[in-house]
Design a protein around this ligand. Sequence first.
Ligand code: AMP
Length: 550
Amino acid sequence: MLLKGEMMDAPLMISGILKHADNCHGDQEIVSRLPEDLSTHRYGYSDAHKRTRQLANALTRKLGIKESDRVSTIAWNTHRHFELYYGVSGIGAVIHTVNPRLDPAQIIWILNHAQSRAVFFDKTFAPLIDGIAKHCKTVKHWVLMADSSHLKDVQTKGIAYEDLIDDHKPDYDWPEFDEYAAAGLCYTSGTTGDPKGVLYSHRSTLLHAMACSAADVIGVGARGVMLPVVPMFHVNAWGIPYASPMGGAKLVMPGPRLDGAGLHEMIEEEKVNYVAGVPTVWLGLLQYLRENDKRIDSVERVLIGGSALPEALLRAFEDNYGVTMQQGWGMTEMSPLGTVNVPLAKHEDLSKDEMVRLKLKQGRLVYGVEMRIVDDEGTELPWDGKSSGHVHVRGPWIASGYFRGAGAEAFTDDGWMKTGDVAYMDSDGYMTITDRSKDVIKTGGEWISSIDLENEAMGHPDVAMAAVIGKYHPKWQERPLLIVQLQAGAEPNADSILEYLRGKVPKLWVPDGVEFIDEMPIGATGKILKTKLRDIYRDYQFPGTEGMEP
Ligand code: AMP
């Protein structure tokens, strides 16, 4: 029999983070750009805690929300969304964040599947709500996240958030319950098939937030000024709304102003030193900075993930704006963080080009996440810097299944989750993603990495965005087709782009065709929609292959 440790059994509760922030960082600010009128709202963690307790009373007494009920949000990053994160989970219910960029039909499907009891939404989404409300049979309350003066602009009968909480007192004692209880729900983007719900627990959320707080992960403390551009409606804004109050960082919430000018304004006004978001956002900010000759001198670090960090973007920010770009990798099913790229002491003497190559890797594992790379037969591959295979993960903040039993095929019999990514590891533990399993281009016997090709193509001065898809080829099975959105004012010139790629990538990788597209299709989470591109170029044939026999 093992000797048992003599330590307290204190459950990991999400409400505990806010209690801590109130006690130890009470006047640290949350600053928000409000969606209803773009005014700035500013208060401290103590005020946030007070209003969140009022909200807890309103949820239980006025709306009748019970344990485990799903309460949905369709909202930007603001202090109200922050209060909902804590208030809903704190009473034992489940905060269900919905991505407003999805199709209305998909949003209806998700709200019905989640059996949502109440939906809290920003004024921006009033037309969306008016269109979907009658199809959402389980929703009993529609709450506009503003004061009642804005209710006139919504047709759906509902209540205003500010009235709802004003009617209630802040005396509320957060209950303690099983840390394995569900706390949050987020559906994956579902590029194929129905979306699948990932159900986080208090324990998983807390452990993930603590891991995010480590120095080489997000590591933001009480002197940090953090601007999460990454939305609270997708993958918990990478855990930042939990890790920031845990460490006492100031939170700067951009609301709907995610354009270059809006971000620049908030960065300057609030002296932001840490920003997090997907590459498409940084492309927008970069363009704004260049065109308006502006700077972002307060920013020290940028955490960038969600899709691969393009080399051109890395160089542009690090060389011209003095910021450190850190790439991270993860997914909805992983809460989301799995790896972050921070160079080691032994990398200090690397040349600029070697350092860039290192930083284009997705990074090293965050403690708590285990990983293995396997081939098509399931045999584990060595971490030798070249053996590419399917990425499997496991750990206390990795999904063990999907909500209401979908997608069992994503999990192995021996307890790992199949991420659907293809990657190799090097001996220092840096992961390099080469593709999504379904995007790999198999040409002859070889695998071509669409991510590497895209990254190189983005280095051409005329290329604003690049995507590579595999197309049927009678001799090679599949060959890469490069699809390019040009920089404003640039003229299509396929030869110059192909010439640029020769010598930068292996000969076999040079695409067999280049197509130009006016606007790259971008999905609900800011990533290029390859499914859409496959539709658009369904009948494409490589030049010279017409009529060729397989
Ligand atoms: P989501 O669940 O919507 O956050 O999407 C997760 C997927 O995004 C991952 O499985 C990867 O395919 C992709 N992804 C996330 N971060 C990166 C990154 N740094 N580089 C390449 N792909 C990424």
